[in-house]
Design a protein around this ligand. Sequence first.
Ligand code: F6R
Length: 262
Amino acid sequence: MQVLIFPSRDEATRAAAKRIADRIVGHLDIVLGLATGGTMEPVYARLIEIVREGGIDVSRASSFNLDEYVGLAADHPQSYATTMRRLLFDHLPFDPERTRLPRGDAPDPLREAKLYEAMIAAAGGVELQLLGLGNNGHIGFNEPSSSLASRTRIKRLTRNTIEANQRFFGPDETVPTHSITMGIATIMEAREVMLVATGAAKAEAVAAMIEGPVSAACPASALQYHPRAAIMLDPDAAAGLKLRDYYEDVHPGGREVYFARR
Ligand code: F6R
């Protein structure tokens, strides 16, 4: 695991955006795995700037989002499909045919989950998967106790997640109770993963993910088994790490410094 602790939230999210842009430049036909949530808002804002400034071609890139609320149509104001258009797809010339999310209003959500998994496989799998982290250690909507071998399926959200996501809904609106989410095994098949976590509310989950046992109690801890996982943190999110000094020695200021022979 590459644990990168940046001096600020701004630098962490900027570095995440830069890495996405670099991967697109490296492979214009890239298949990206995308996430939603508050953490991603500055990441996508920076990505839009970098792509525009660099004149980067995103028209050939494909994407699969991690999850969608069951019951919300793609044009519902709080659906992740609408969120992705608002944060990213409306601002850059992505091909709408290649930007995919599970259909939250599919008549048969179980079938939709299976189809989504098959679509990812048919596209050749995800090359770079972007992840946020739930306060309870979830990735996608794989809540604690999710099988580490899980595939795209329907998951009931925990009360903790419903409360955390109430902020995206109006005071009189009810947060859906279920989601269609990529499974942990689906996420683990991405060739590279990059998880971004910022703010003190994530510190406990960050410590469990990086330094705790690999356990379904903290689904993100499965990433310890991923051969190419980068964890991008700000100082508040890194506050609970016992080996923080070590990570900062290896990657000062979050920089990717590699061992060089003298
Ligand atoms: C969203 C998702 C979730 C969020 C996580 C963190 O697509 O998959 O796992 O990444 O709940 O959300 P924020 O960033 O709002 O704290």
